[in-house]
Design a protein around this ligand. Structure first.
Ligand SMILES: Nc1ncnc2c1ncn2[C@@H]1O[C@H](COP(=O)(O)OP(=O)(O)OP(=O)(O)O)[C@@H](O)[C@H]1O
Length: 312
């Protein structure tokens, strides 16, 4: 099976170091989410893997070979980089037929991927009449054309409707189950957590994390609970006496950070206070990601008045 291997990869654009001594492998059989703030170096890394740019130093290979040395590369690596790049005056079908012909792929695959990507009914329409989501589906169809072992998708759900988002998620999960190597960049954390098994996170061109989703979430876990009780006043006092800070929510539930369910459950039982609900807080991918990348984002907006107000 085929891995993507990046070794000591560095890319300078003038005085900007876009990628800085990066080393990681993307393994088959799982979906790897490729994350990082704007300007972290994700697109540059993908471009270097695809031979669209030359590294300043280091190597990037697919199955041990540089992309440019692959014969019929579309049959080895499926790529969605810029879905808007397809030639607008062509029809979707003729665009895919041209790609198939230049990569030794049978024409019947064109019909299959049009069907699979939900574009069969519009295959004879010119691409310039396509919506953003239709172009995105066409870009994904092109990536699937050669039934590649390796798939690299940059923001695949961009412009897709909810049904399309489920489709792409299932598609990526299915490809990983078949043993393919799937690398997906996204800024959408909820979505990434719904499809990725593994994460590679960049910041300022460097590797910040390379670990399973579970490890990543666990390593950024902060203890805390959410609870509901009929005797909020009493429980509040009990918890405050024990040094905790219960915070009431709009929905009648209380949140207590820095405490385990066992501690709260025992404190409530000791005092004979019934709990109607007691749940450990779960770290979301968004929280863990923001925790890791705090201070590493190149471009950040000042806090808004309402956000600043909430912190007071
Ligand atoms: N062709 C180029 N010429 C000069 N600088 C570039 C070029 N391409 C990228 N850069 C710079 O390299 C850095 C990394 O950019 P890159 O596009 O790889 O980041 P990214 O992680 O893909 O960001 P985004 O999430 O915004 O797509 C940025 O500082 C960017 O300005």
């Amino acid at each position: 099976m085929t891995s993507i291997d990046v070794h000591e990869l560095t890319k300078d654009y003038g005085t900007t170091r876009a990628v800085d001594h990066l080393t990681f492998s993307v393994r088959p059989g799982r979906v790897t989410g490729f994350l990082g703030p704007n300007g972290a170096g994700k697109s540059t890394t993908m471009r270097l893997v695809l031979g669209l740019d030359r590294p300043t130093s280091g190597t990037a290979t697919v199955g041990g070979l540089s992309y440019v040395s692959l014969a019929n590369p579309l049959r080895r690596v499926g790529v969605l980089l810029d879905a808007q790049a397809a030639h607008g005056s062509r029809t979707a079908r003729s665009h895919l037929l041209a790609l198939a012909a230049s990569n030794g792929i049978a024409d019947r695959r064109v019909e299959e991927v049009l069907e699979e990507s939900g574009l069969a009914a519009v295959g004879r329409r010119r691409i310039k009449t396509f919506s953003l989501g239709m172009r995105q589906r066409l870009g994904i169809a092109a990536a699937l054309l050669g039934e590649p072992d390796v798939v690299m998708l940059d923001e695949p759900s961009n412009g897709l409707d909810p049904e399309g988002i489920i489709w792409i998620r299932e598609l990526m999960r299915g490809m990983a189950r078949e043993g393919r190597t799937v690398l997906v960049s996204s800024h959408l954390m909820n979505e990434t957590s719904s499809f990725a098994d593994h994460l590679i996170v960049l910041g300022g061109g460097r590797l910040l994390a390379d670990m399973s989703m579970r490890e990543f979430l666990d390593s950024h876990r902060r203890p805390g609970v959410r609870l509901r009780t009929g005797e909020a006043g009493r429980l509040h006092d009990v918890l405050v006496r024990r040094g905790f800070r219960p915070v009431p929510g709009d929905d009648g539930r209380w949140t207590v950070e820095g405490v385990t369910a066992e501690e709260v459950g025992k404190a409530a039982a000791d005092e004979g206070i019934p709990l109607w609900e007691l749940t450990e807080l779960r770290t979301t991918l968004e929280e863990a990601y923001l925790d890791l990348t705090a201070g590493r984002a190149q471009f950040t907006a000042p806090a808004t008045a309402s956000a600043a107000h909430q912190e007071v």
